[in-house]
Each structure stands twice: as C-alpha cells, then as structure tokens.
Write a new protein. Sequence first.
Length: 70
Amino acid sequence: MFGGRIGLPEILIVLVIILLLFGVGRISKVSEELGKSIKSFRKGLSGEDDEKTDEMKEEEKKTDVTGKGA
C-alpha cells in the first residue's frame, strides 16, 4: 500500500507519539542506561582487564580529592 518507504514525516510522527507516551524524563533515563550498556559491551569486546579499570578508578579518586592530575 505505501511501498515500504519510511520518510522523515513518518519518523517524526513516531517520535512525537513516543514522547507523549513516555515523557522526557523516562526517555532520558532509558537513553542513559542504553549508553552505559553499550559502553560496557564495548569494554567487554576490547578485552580490558579488571586491573586496568581498578587502576583508573583509583586515579579518578585521587584526581577528585586533590583537584589535580596524578
């Protein structure tokens, strides 16, 4: 019937409906969690060791406390 084409107007209509159903706050939370999960997935694929992440966390704590780099 429509030829299987989805254009910009159709995408905008779907986005507006989603915004009305869920609201801005809930969409931002979902997008934040999605970003965290993608970041975690990429870390898993790259094979980073837990030791590296632990060392990075320790450096961040030192930077936060002193306000300067290590």
